[in-house]
Structure formats: structure tokens, C-alpha cells
Design a protein around this ligand. Structure first.
Ligand SMILES: [Zn+2]
Length: 320
């Protein structure tokens, strides 16, 4: 197919060295490229563009086609230019107009495709409706610390390449960490970049749900859900350390984080706890499973994978 496109593409070299578009009153067909035919010479079946005459000098303007298999593909740009000055000028203008229209159509198609993609990635992000409204613009940053966080997070979102290091956003409850994390997610989602942004409970809940309903055909299997968490361009885990952990939940969290570490995929974490406190929070409390090994392994991975930023200051919710 490439050869067809090449031969039919408007190429000034073809016109001068091979086609000799006008010779006397008609086109010299013996100099055409192999496989190229004019509508005047074509005797086969099917649609044949009619021969038109130049509106200025009345010479015939033929249409080129490329014959293959049992048919002909006619050049979509229509009849060739006439060799007279006025004819050529008009033809050039028409081709320019066509190119402009085509470009506008392509742009429209790309925008539509992006819009479709944005809708899809948003629906798969796992984000609640209220967090889809959280942007950098509506993040209230009154003090210096919050302004700095906003600048850092916005810079992170703007320069996101999929291989950048992650962020560990630490701050007290109500300091707007979830808003900042959601703003990063929304910034990327609106460019069609897939992001999963959930809290620990939702994240693990989806895995539990997947193996509980693994016998039904329409649900994602456990491994599919895990695979998505491991491969999505950005995974955001909001409010880490909030939930009561079990050996299973902590092992699952570690598996996800470790897979992303191995694949060099970034992760963004928000937490009320710093990494040391998090080890304690992520250690199962029941006597028979009280072992901090996995929790420490998670903290080690996060230390390597993320840039630590702290949201200081008074809580938003309390300030009102
Ligand atoms: Zn003419």
C-alpha cells in the first residue's frame, strides 16, 4: 500500500521527470510510472472520473489512477493541473485549500480521539466525582508552605514523563494532600495519560472484589487488577497508613510497589505519617502476624522511589 501512496502523492519530481503532464493536447501516457493509468486510457469496469477541460484554455485535464488487482485507485486530489498559467495557478490554490481542509479535519479527529481517551482514562481512574473537581487552580494556598507544595506538585505534573521519580506527600490531616494528589491526577488525566488514584481501602477492595467474583465472566480477574496497578503510568495511593492492615493487605501493597519499582514506574503517596511512622502503621497488630519486615521493605522502596514533600501548617478544614 505504501507504493500506491508514494506514486499518488503530489510529488513535483514525478510531474517533471516522469509524467510530462501535457504534450500537445493530451497527456503522454507512455512516460507514466508503471501501474499508473489515466482516466482517458482506462478501459476497465467500475467508477472512472470523467475527463474535464481547463476552464481557461480548454485543454484536457486527466486524472491519474493506480491499477492493482482488478481495479484502479483514482488520485483523490482529482484531475491534474493544466499547463497554462491561469490553470496552474488555480490548481495550486485549490490544492492549498484542500491541504488546509485536510489539516483541519485531522486536527478535529485528533481532538476527538483525545477527548475519547480522556473520558476513558477518567472513568478508569477510580477517582470519586468530588476529587475530579480538585485542580491546582482551586487549591487554596494561603501560606508559604502550601504555595511551595503547589509549585512542586504542579511542576511534577507538568514535567511528568512516566519515568520520573514519585512523590511522598506528608502532612497532617486536612492540609489538602488529597486535593494536591487529585490535582496531579486530573492534570494528567486531562491530557489522556492514565492515572489510578485511590485510597488504600479502595485499591485493595478492588483486588478483593476481583477474586471474590472471579467466576463471573464480566469482572476483571485479580491478576488483571494487579497488572493494571503495576503498569498504569501513574499510581497514586491516597492516605496511606490510614487503614488497619493485615498480613494479606500489606503483602499485596508491597507486591504492587515492588513491581512498579522494578518497572521504574512512578508512584505518588499521600500520608498523615512520615516514613518511620508509616512502618509502624503498616505493621499488622495482631499477635500472630506482628512482623514489621514487609512494612520496612515498603518504606525502603518508597524512600528510593519518591521525593519527600511535607505540607505544614494548620489544617484547612479547621481554619474555616
Ligand atoms: Zn489551461
Amino acid at each position: 500500500m505504501e507504493s500506491i501512496a508514494k506514486i499518488l502523492a503530489p510529488n513535483p519530481q514525478n510531474t517533471t521527470s516522469h509524467l510530462k503532464v501535457q504534450s500537445g493536447n493530451t497527456m503522454k501516457t507512455e512516460t507514466l510510472l508503471p501501474g499508473v493509468i489515466t482516466n482517458k486510457d482506462y478501459k476497465g469496469d467500475g467508477f472512472v472520473p470523467s475527463i474535464i477541460n481547463c476552464e481557461f484554455c480548454d485543454k484536457e485535464r486527466l486524472t491519474l489512477g493506480f491499477s492493482y488487482f482488478s481495479g484502479v485507485v483514482w488520485k483523490p486530489s482529482g484531475a491534474e493541473s493544466c499547463s497554462c498559467d491561469s490553470g496552474r495557478k488555480k490548481y495550486e490554490q485549490e490544492q492549498l485549500n484542500l491541504a488546509t481542509i485536510r489539516l483541519a479535519q485531522e486536527k478535529e479527529e485528533q481532538e476527538y480521539a483525545l477527548q475519547q481517551r480522556v473520558t476513558r482514562v477518567i472513568s478508569q481512574s477510580g477517582m470519586a466525582k468530588k476529587f475530579l473537581k480538585c485542580t491546582f487552580e482551586n487549591y487554596v494556598a494561603v501560606d508559604g508552605s502550601k504555595k511551595a507544595i503547589k509549585t512542586a506538585a504542579l511542576g511534577y505534573a507538568k514535567n511528568f514523563t512516566g519515568q520520573t521519580e514519585g512523590l511522598f506527600i506528608h502532612g497532617e490531616m486536612g492540609t489538602g494532600k488529597t486535593h494536591i494528589a487529585s490535582a496531579i491526577a486530573n492534570h494528567l488525566l486531562n491530557q489522556g495519560i492514565a492515572v489510578i488514584c485511590m485510597n488504600e481501602r479502595q485499591l485493595l477492595g478492588k483486588i478483593k472484589q476481583s477474586f471474590e467474583s472471579s467466576r463471573s465472566f464480566d469482572s476483571d480477574s485479580e491478576s488483571q487488577v494487579l497488572k493494571t496497578y503495576e503498569t498504569v503510568p501513574l499510581l497514586i495511593i491516597d492516605d496511606m497508613g490510614k487503614e488497619k492492615v493485615t498480613q494479606w493487605s500489606i503483602a499485596t501493597l508491597y507486591a504492587i510497589i515492588d513491581a512498579r519499582y522494578e518497572a521504574e514506574k512512578p508512584i505518588v503517596i499521600t500520608s498523615n505519617y512520615n516514613l518511620n511512622e508509616l512502618v509502624n502503621r503498616l505493621t499488622p497488630k495482631e499477635k500472630w502476624e506482628n512482623d514489621s519486615t514487609t512494612a520496612r521493605a515498603i518504606a525502603d522502596r518508597l524512600t528510593e522511589m519518591t521525593q519527600y514533600i511535607e505540607v505544614l501548617g494548620e489544617s484547612f478544614r479547621r481554619r474555616k
